[in-house]
Design a protein around this ligand. Structure first.
Ligand code: FAQ
Length: 310
């Protein structure tokens, strides 16, 4: 197949499957994006994991545990999708541990109060879904199919986060203040999740041509702002952006400038929790070695048995 024939398939919205011919750059872009996405799901378990022992009731603890387990599942579907492109899971995980591969900037911020469990669900899962609903129509089949299932779970996550915040907003003045303080800290990092401005995004143009991305970073960020502002108003919370204003002509909210210096510092490894997150991942990986060995030994034994039967 030629590059032109490949592009024609993409333009006709025919999904690309693992054994199909694809340009090397398409394969590389997908491995980069899907593995980064998988790492984000796995590292993303840490900020919430920090609150399992301190959830305020048994019901909240059960919900939080289930949500965090869902994120582990998302990571596994995504690693599997990336493996279909020819990269092994071990090498992806190595890239994460050595700092070669990125994961979402958002997970380098600390979770300081119970309200942060609400903000992570409402804003972080909310931003993730805005991006991921679009990815259900991405051009690579295994990635698109993984996203369908992930989105179903993420929408439950978003709602449970909103419900945590709503409960706090209907509580005492101190609880409402806790929700506001949390929104103040998470709003801007949530907007950064969508990536750099379109004009500064090196990968967007080609990814749009290949229909890996269906919308640009700025388009999705705008959608998120437009969807979230009325939710904050309903809660009686104030979004920490004095420049936020409905623009009648554009039929969108205008918003203030993102601190891009902060974003680039965080993705360069200098965010508040980067070192702690990677150390926690590395420790979990080292301590899980015996589990991997046992699982491999078991599957080898099964293989031998199957051969004997055959
Ligand atoms: N953080 O040219 P672009 C979740 C990097 S899942 C870190 O615009 P692209 C679920 C980018 O990789 C959240 N790095 O790049 C959950 C590139 O660097 P590289 C994760 C970022 O790929 C919830 C460079 O900057 N979601 O939250 C970020 O076209 C709650 C230039 O950027 C996904 O991964 C960032 N925010 O667009 C779990 C969705 N933004 O690789 C637990 C899939 C950009 O060239 C709890 N990914 N960079 O060295 C995507 O849609 C895209 O990859 C973008 C970035 C939109 C993230």
């Amino acid at each position: 197949m030629t590059q032109a024939q490949f592009q024609a398939r993409i333009d006709a919205d025919i999904k690309i499957e693992p054994k199909d011919w694809m340009p090397e750059a398409y394969r590389k872009t997908l491995i980069r994006q899907i593995s980064q996405h998988a790492h984000s799901e796995i590292v993303g378990m840490l900020p919430e994991g920090n609150w399992i022992t301190r959830a305020p009731s048994l019901r909240r603890k059960a919900i939080l545990l289930a949500k965090i387990q869902d994120e582990a599942g998302h990571g596994l579907y995504l690693y599997s999708a990336a493996e279909t492109l020819g990269k092994t899971r071990e090498s992806m995980i190595d890239d994460l541990h050595t700092g070669k591969a990125k994961y979402s900037s958002i997970f380098n911020y600390p979770t300081l109060s119970w309200a942060d469990m609400g903000s992570v669900g409402w804003l972080v899962d909310g931003a993730a879904i805005m991006n991921q609903v679009a990815l259900c129509r991405t051009s690579y089949g295994p990635y698109a199919r993984a996203m369908v299932r992930i989105c179903k779970e993420e929408s439950f996550h978003q709602r449970q986060g909103y419900e945590v915040i709503m409960t706090l907003c209907r509580g005492t003045a101190a609880q409402k203040q806790m929700a506001q303080e949390s929104l103040n800290r998470w709003w801007w990092p949530a907007l950064m999740m969508f990536g750099p401005k379109d004009e500064d995004s090196p990968n967007t143009e080609q990814a749009m041509k290949w229909r890996i991305k269906r919308f640009t970073n700025d388009e999705l960020r705008q959608r998120f702002i437009d969807a979230t502002v009325p939710q904050a108003e309903f809660l009686g919370l104030t979004i920490p952006d004095p420049d936020l204003k409905w623009n009648e002509e554009r039929q969108h909210y205008d918003s203030g400038n993102i601190n891009w210096e902060e974003f680039y510092q965080v993705i360069a490894g200098n965010g508040p929790c980067n070192t702690a997150r990677l150390a926690a991942r590395q420790k979990a990986h080292d301590e899980g070695e015996w589990v991997r060995e046992a699982a491999m030994a078991y599957s080898k034994k099964q293989e031998q048995r199957n051969k004997q039967v055959a």
